[in-house]
Design a protein. Structure first.
Length: 304
C-alpha cells in the first residue's frame, strides 16, 4: 500500500527507478536540532556528503499536508522559517497531514516516509531511546518502535548521550534490531565514541556491511538496522565535561517538571550553553560523518 500524500522529487524518483543509491535525511535537525541559521546550512552540507559518498540525498519534511521526499532549497528554507513547526513521529503524522500542516520529521517519521518511498538507508545524528528514569516515567522514544517495525538501515552515532544507553541497547536487542558497528566495537555515545557497550558485530569493509544489511532484510524479520558510526576522533568530547553538564541539566528539567517530547531538545540546548558550543560542533561533525557513510553504504547496496 502506497503512502498517501507522498510527493517524491524528480531527481530522487529517477534515482530510485534506475535502482541507484538514495539516502533519506530528516528535518528535525533544521527546525529543532541546531540554532538558526545553522540548521539549513548543515542540512545542505549533509546532502553534499551523501553525494560525495555516491548517493542521491532525499531530505524529508511535510509542507501543505504533503510528505515531500527530496526537499528543494526553497522548500527547506520555508520549513526552517515556519514558526512552531511540530516534530512528526508515528503518533501525530496523520493528524498534521489531514490539517494540511507543516512538520519536520523525526527518526521514526523519516523511516516511515523513506520506506514508503522505497529508500532503504537513512542518515541521522543519534537515535532516540530509553530515557533516564524511564522505570518511573515509562518515557521511551518512538524511534525504537519504528526500528522494530520498519526495515530501514539507520546510520547514526549511536543514541543521544542524554539517554539511558544500557537500557536502550538492551531494548534494541529485545526488539530484534541488529546494531552493526562501522569500524567500532562498542555502541557510540553520540558525542563520545564509545559507551563501553558491546555491539553485535564490527565491520571494516563496506561491501561486507552492505551484505549484512541485505541479508538481514532477506530474513524477513521486518525490523530496521542500526549502523553505529562513532563521531570522528578529532571531534569527540571529554566524558567528564559532558557528564557534568548533563547532570546539571537533568536536575534543572526535573525541577521544572519537563517530560515527553520536550526533554531531549531542552537537554541539548542546556548542554550547548554549558559547554560553550562544543556539543553543537561535535553534533555537526557527526552529522557530516554519518551522511558520508550512509552515502557509501547506499552505493554499496546498489552495487550488490
Amino acid at each position: 500500500m502506497s503512502l498517501p500524500r507522498l510527493r517524491v522529487a524528480e531527481d530522487v524518483a529517477r534515482a530510485l527507478a534506475a535502482h541507484r543509491a538514495v539516502v533519506a535525511l530528516e528535518t528535525t535537525v533544521v527546525t529543532h536540532g541546531l540554532p538558526s541559521p545553522d540548521g539549513v546550512r548543515v542540512a545542505r552540507e549533509m546532502e553534499a556528503e551523501v553525494v560525495a559518498g555516491g548517493a542521491t540525498p532525499a531530505t524529508i519534511g511535510v509542507l501543505d499536508g504533503e510528505i515531500r521526499v527530496g526537499l528543494t532549497p526553497a522548500e527547506l528554507e520555508r520549513l526552517a522559517a515556519t514558526p512552531n513547526v511540530p516534530k512528526l513521529n508515528l503518533g501525530n503524522f496523520a493528524a498534521v497531514l489531514v490539517a494540511r500542516g507543516v512538520g519536520s520529521t523525526t527518526v521514526a517519521a523519516t523511516m516511515l516516509a523513506a520506506h514508503h518511498a522505497g529508500i532503504g538507508v537513512f542518515a541521522t545524528g543519534g537515535i532516540g531511546g530509553v530515557h533516564r528514569g524511564a522505570s518511573e516515567t515509562d518515557d521511551v522514544s518512538a524511534d525504537l518502535t519504528a526500528l522494530a517495525r520498519i526495515p530501514v538501515a539507520v546510520v547514526c552515532a549511536g543514541a543521544k548521550s542524554v539517554l539511558d544507553l544500557p537500557r536502550t541497547v538492551e531494548r534494541l536487542e529485545t526488539l530484534g534490531v541488529p546494531v552493526l558497528g562501522w569500524r567500532c566495537d562498542h555502541f557510540p555515545a553520540f558525542w563520545r565514541r564509545s559507551s563501553g557497550l558491546a555491539l553485535d558485530q564490527r565491520f571494516d569493509d563496506m561491501a561486507a556491511l552492505a551484505e549484512a544489511v541485505r541479508l538481514h532484510h532477506a530474513l524477513g524479520t521486518g525490523t530496521g538496522i542500526v549502523v553505529a558510526n562513532p563521531v570522528p576522533e578529532a571531534d569527540e568530547l571529554a566524558e567528564r565535561a559532558v557528564e557534568g553538564a548533563l547532570a546539571s541539566a537533568l536536575a534543572a528539567l526535573e525541577s521544572e517538571g519537563i517530560r515527553g517530547r520536550e526533554v531531549t531538545p531542552r537537554l541539548l540546548g542546556a548542554l550547548e550553553r554549558a559547554t560553550g558550543g562544543a556539543t553543537t560542533r561535535a553534533n555537526v561533525a557527526l552529522l557530516h560523518h554519518n551522511a558520508r557513510v550512509a552515502g557509501e553504504l547506499a552505493a554499496a547496496l546498489a552495487r550488490s
